[in-house]
Write a protein that binds this ligand. Structure first.
Ligand code: SF4
Ligand code: SF4
Length: 367
């Protein structure tokens, strides 16, 4: 595998096309943190050359957003090269201490925030007793289920109103393992791929519905390569809500409010779920677009271990997104609760809030 990472990095012809699209060049205006510099640092690492602190910083300043991939004339999956570089740095014991803490929390406790399993019950309404088996399994993920349970509760409320045959795992749910995948800990991620796939299948679900677009990408695209193809289909909550509105199971009104939509990177660039969230917003509000939207969407700057170690730079990207929404006089709806958590942290205006698509639909249900 190491050899493969090395071969991918060696394909680089240093054209520089990937530099300017990288969110960390946009946040810092410094080519040292653009994508080409990351590939270059990885290439030297794979060759066994000594790396400077700046080389390490640029390798860790990557959210694996894949904005760079589409512009590369050599078709290098740059985020895969970064994953390989981080795996090599882990072998050399040169990853930040915070990386070790987060990975250990996921492996030992089942969530990056080391939350006790019962924390995952907070989003479940008291009068809802999840059945053991159902056609749909709703999986909120760690950020929605634990950190911002009101977001998962909004989805559960909508699914109940729609009359869908669904269940949830509650305190049996555990992390998808994205952080382990982003940092090259694929052997540990394999263990989660097997456990989660078997757990999901035990509910008999035909569809696993995720709140988090990163969970969706991990369950749908990464787990089959780590374990095996699942017996269910994986979809994002925006796709399900879109269907439930279109088939009349959820009835909504249009508030006419201006809502700007923040595309989540894995949803838009890997799963290609692009129009469903937009159609859904247009049913309940007036859709406003970011200048960089759809496949060109700007990353929020937080995932893959960036926020814990470089919070100021991660926040700079969130501020760019918030200020564009302010300029366009629009409220923000997100397709990802981790984007929401991160972006909410930089809001200075009291009362200004960001909503998920479920929260937006719930606010606009017709009587
Ligand atoms: S994946 Fe995103 S953050 Fe990483 S190098 Fe590419 S554009 Fe930059
Ligand atoms: S776009 Fe591809 S070939 Fe060009 S510098 Fe970036 S990684 Fe290298």
């Amino acid at each position: 595998m190491m050899e493969d990472y090395h071969k991918l990095a060696d394909l680089c012809i240093e054209c520089g096309a990937c530099t300017e699209v990288c969110p960390f060049f946009i946040a810092t205006n410094d080519i040292k943190y653009g994508a080409m510099a990351k590939v270059e640092a990885a290439r030297r690492l794979f060759k066994g050359d000594p790396l400077t602190d700046e080389d390490l910083k640029t390798i860790f300043l990557c959210t694996r957003c894949d904005e760079c991939h589409k512009v590369c004339p050599q078709n290098i999956p740059i985020s895969v090269v970064i994953q390989g570089a981080r795996a090599e740095l882990r072998r050399m014991n040169r990853v930040p201490e915070k990386y070790k803490t987060i990975a250990e929390a996921i492996i030992k406790t089942g969530s990056p925030m080391a939350a006790p399993p019962e924390k995952r019950l907070a989003y479940i309404p008291e009068d809802f007793k999840p059945p053991e088996r159902a056609k749909y399994l709703y999986v909120p993920g760690c950020w929605s289920g634990i950190r911002l349970p009101e977001t998962a509760r909004a989805s559960v409320e909508l699914l109940r109103i729609s009359g869908l045959d669904f269940t949830v795992l509650g305190d049996r749910e555990r992390c998808c393992g994205l952080f382990l995948i982003d940092t090259g800990m694929l052997e540990d991620a394999k263990m989660l791929a097997e456990k989660n796939t078997l757990l999901f299948e035990s509910t008999g679900a035909e569809f696993v519905v995720t709140e988090c677009p990163a969970c969706q990408d991990v369950f749908k695209r990464v787990y089959p390569s780590l374990f095996r193809e699942p017996k269910y289909e994986v979809i994002h909550i925006s796709e399900l809500l879109h269907d439930l509105i279109n088939n009349g199971a959820l009835k909504v009104g249009n508030s006419g409010k201006h809502i700007i939509y923040k595309d989540p990177c894995p949803l838009v660039r890997r799963s290609k779920v692009i129009e469903a969230p937009r159609d859904l917003i247009k049913r309940v509000a007036k859709l406003v677009e970011y200048d960089k939207n759809r496949e060109d969407a700007l990353c929020c700057g937080a995932p893959a271990g960036v926020k814990p170690i470089y919070p100021e730079i991660a926040n700079r990207l969130a501020e760019i997104l918030i200020s564009e929404a302010d300029r366009k006089e629009a409220d923000i709806a997100v397709g990802c609760v981790f984007c929401m958590y991160h972006m909410t942290g930089v809001i200075k205006e009291p009362g200004r809030k960001i909503v998920t698509l479920s929260q937006l639909v719930l606010e606009n249900l017709a009587d």
